[in-house]
Design a protein around this ligand. Structure first.
Ligand code: HEC
Ligand code: HEC
Ligand code: HEC
Ligand code: HEC
Length: 486
């Protein structure tokens, strides 16, 4: 009997697969509202040092699709990687400069470095960047959201102007328990009808403060009046793209910008890591949290800490994965790659199908302007299908894991996007044909027009960065001459 118990005691950590949490070695006092990470670092030097490392460039050549800020010093331009996005985002800042993410150290700085069309929304942009967001909205009220960008930045204490996600964003200063630090996020979570959160769930929530989608409602003058998460009618573990689209369509104030090519007022979708991961992914269902893969335990001298140097687990040589997938690192990496290849293939399909419809609307609109009568019932129905295709394609395009966080859901969403886009295309083609307007078999996308000389930096297409369909099927559907990139 004792032997069996002993055996169970030895096997337990292996069976349960998640290691014990690191011991908290020292407990000292950290002042309330202490923004300065080095003050927290006096008491927790190891976590502080690993947190500082998000400044470092990463090893190049490890990750195929997330080449954010590696020592090769290349900034990866999403519009060169996925040229169709240049058509879809034309009319807003994302259509001018849109880069792959890099380490947390840069989150605030990057707002200054990027084309300033991206900060047009004003003070609200600080929500996912500065720990001062909540205290500033308390002082300046809702006006802070629409405050011109330069003025908003000047309200942050000079010393912390460039400070991004900090200890106080995720930790309680007295107990070091995990906590959140964004009012807008807390209001969003309240919509999910869930009150108590386990430790594991909090290890998701601290990241979800920023790695989520949101809308910036506008008033009549186009000023930002808030920041909301489109999670009404959703629940914990079930925030679907269908529900998100429904919220955007039902709230005219969420239509933040006008797409140049179609002339449509549209909503926008940002980095939905939280939503995609918690939509019943394999790992969410197995009880994992973001921190399990992005903050693995590591030894520093005789101590064990959660690695605060957040990055792609692939660039960390899959250290986070081997506790549960001990067999072969190489095989696991190939498995991740195969998932991402499939998702990228579908993403290209959905993106180009949607961009083609956008160009078709451009043609239809020109004809209407010139006085041609087009069957508006067909037109409106095509528009509705186009919106369904558009929001789905940009959802997975904005999600940062290239589908890994939830591969089946990613494929489902992209499959639907493709179906909606082809329905929209066929309806619009019928409407044009009925009006005796001749449309070429392959509509030229004229991508150069959207990719060249973008913004004040005059950014250009970088052909070597283009992410082509790994299975070469997209090229059969829309060959390079139709894409029109020189
Ligand atoms: C205060 C907002 C905020 C919080 C909280 C936050 N992130 Fe981020 N994260 C960002 C932003 C913004 C970027 C992109 C920074 C850039 O490119 O300048 C980013 C980038 C990343 C990256 C890419 C890093 C790289 O080297 O390319 C990873 C991985 C990441 N975050 C994971 C996490 C995880 C896991 C958590 C929770 C433990 C988390 N983040 C919490 C805002 C946040
Ligand atoms: C089962 C492990 C796992 C979990 C859980 C997980 N991720 Fe990831 N994450 C990955 C992998 C693998 C990638 C792809 C990295 C690559 O391709 O280089 C990734 C990519 C990312 C990236 C982009 C990294 C980069 O270098 O640009 C961000 C940001 C991110 N995850 C945030 C999150 C957030 C937030 C959560 C929780 C809501 C989460 N992840 C949950 C494994 C995980
Ligand atoms: C983006 C969120 C985030 C930020 C920012 C952050 N932490 Fe953490 N921290 C975590 C998570 C998640 C854990 C794991 C907690 C758990 O498992 O209960 C953690 C754990 C810890 C622990 C417990 C021991 C350990 O290593 O697991 C300490 C101490 C700690 N962090 C200190 C800091 C300090 C100091 C800073 C600022 C320099 C900081 N953290 C910034 C998310 C964060
Ligand atoms: C705490 C344990 C745990 C960790 C850590 C973990 N996984 Fe998993 N993983 C699982 C479980 C459980 C499954 C589901 C296995 C099953 O149902 O057969 C799974 C399934 C998978 C699958 C197949 C399912 C799919 O998504 O297609 C892949 C690939 C995978 N994991 C990769 C990774 C990678 C890469 C990492 C690190 C970034 C990682 N896992 C970290 C527990 C874990």
């Amino acid at each position: 009997m004792h032997r069996i118990l002993l055996l169970i005691a030895i096997l337990m950590p292996i069976i349960s697969c998640s290691p014990d949490k690191p011991e908290m070695v020292k407990v000292g006092t950290i002042q309330d509202n202490e923004y300065e990470p080095s003050e927290w670092g006096r008491i927790y030097p190891l976590e502080y040092e690993s947190w500082l490392k998000t400044k470092e460039m990463r090893t190049p050549g490890l990750s195929k699709y997330k080449k954010g800020w590696d020592t090769d010093n290349i900034i990866w331009d999403k519009l060169s990687e996925f040229p169709y996005m240049a058509i879809l985002f034309n009319g807003m800042g994302f259509g001018i400069e849109y880069n792959e993410p890099r380490g947390h150290y840069y989150m605030r700085k990057d707002q200054d470095e990027i084309d300033q069309s991206r900060t047009k929304a004003g003070g609200v942009c600080l929500n996912c960047k500065s720990p001062y967001m909540d205290s500033l909205t308390k002082i300046y009220g809702k006006d802070f959201y629409s405050m011109p960008w330069k003025d908003a930045i000047s309200k942050i204490p000079v010393k912390h102007k460039d400070l991004g996600a900090s200890c106080m964003d995720c930790h309680d200063n007295k107990t070091m328990d995990l906590k959140t630090n964004r009012i807008a996020f807390q209001e969003g979570i309240a919509k999910l009808s869930k009150k108590d959160f386990s430790r594991q769930e909090k290890r998701i929530l601290v990241c979800a403060q920023c790695h989520v989608t949101y809308n910036i409602p506008k008033n009549d003058k186009g000023q930002s009046i808030g920041l909301v998460h489109p999670w009404d009618e959703s629940s914990w573990g079930n925030i679907s793209i269908e529900n998100i689209i429904k919220q955007i369509k039902n709230n005219p104030s969420y239509l933040e910008w006008k797409q140049t090519v179609t002339g449509f007022k549209l909503g926008f979708i940002r980095h939905p890591e939280f939503e995609l991961f918690t939509k019943q992914s394999v790992h969410f269902n197995a009880g994992l949290a973001c921190a399990d893969c992005h903050m693995p335990y590591k030894r520093v001298g005789s101590s064990k800490i959660s690695d605060h140097n957040l990055m792609s687990p692939i660039k960390d040589n899959l250290k986070a994965c081997v506790t549960c997938h001990p067999k072969s690192e190489e095989r696991l990496k190939n498995q991740v790659l195969e998932i991402q290849n499939c998702v990228v293939s579908l993403l290209n399909r959905a993106g180009y199908a949607t961009a083609t419809v956008a160009k078709l609307f451009e043609t239809a609109n020109k004809q209407i302007e010139q006085g041609k009568k087009i069957d508006m019932a067909f037109y409106d129905s095509a528009k509705d299908f186009y919106l369904e295709a558009f929001y789905r394609a940009i959802y997975i395009g904005a999600e940062n894991s290239v589908g890994f966080h939830n591969s089946s859901e990613s494929s489902r969403i992209l499959g639907d996007s493709i179906a909606f886009a082809s329905k929209a295309e066929s309806l619009l083609r019928q409407a044009l044909t009925k009006a005796s307007i001749d449309i070429p078999k392959d509509l030229p996308l004229e991508l150069s027009k959207y990719l060249k000389e973008r913004g004040t930096k005059k950014l250009n297409f970088k052909p070597e960065q283009e992410v082509k369909d790994p299975y070469k099927n997209q090229e059969k559907l829309i060959p390079d001459d139709i894409k029109g990139i020189q």
